[in-house]
Write a protein that binds this ligand. Structure first.
Ligand SMILES: [Zn+2]
Length: 141
């Protein structure tokens, strides 16, 4: 009998500072492009990681507790109470918009989650505030 396909999600929170600034642009262009976010400020971020897979004989897609441990080890411990522009090695090459943060988080955990095949990383959602969030499914435009 085929296994039902289910998505499971773990949510984590962290607080961090950042500044949206492109060093290739002038200060004036940066202010125009990023507005208030060109100034150093902070967010109470949340992010959700969704893994998709069949429900096995254990009744689970993947142990959510293990997913939590991976997220805390690979992401939260590196970004909580940090400055995303300068303190986080895996964000050093990008402008820390929510989009780039979501892609960096995906790249950070994808290899770890391969150990849990056949379930697959399905979505990384990053909330910069309660109203604004971005989704990444591991695809390129
Ligand atoms: Zn911001």
């Amino acid at each position: 009998m085929p296994q039902p396909l289910v998505e499971i999600t773990r949510r984590e929170v962290f607080s961090a500072a950042h500044r949206l600034h492109d060093p290739r642009l002038s200060d004036e262009e940066n202010r125009r492009l990023y507005g208030m976010c060109n100034t150093e400020h902070g967010h109470n971020y949340a992010f959700e990681v969704t893994v998709r897979g069949g429900v096995s004989a254990s009744g689970m897609v993947m142990d959510l507790n293990q997913l939590m441990l991976i997220l805390r080890e690979e992401i939260v411990s590196h970004v909580d109470h940090k400055h995303l522009n300068r303190d986080v090695a895996f964000l050093r090459e990008v402008i820390p918009t929510a989009e780039n943060v979501a892609v960096a988080f995906w790249n950070r955990i994808e290899a770890r989650l391969r150990a849990f095949e056949p379930c697959q990383l399905h979505r990384v959602r990053v909330y910069e505030s309660r109203e604004n969030f971005v989704d990444y499914h591991g695809q390129s435009a």
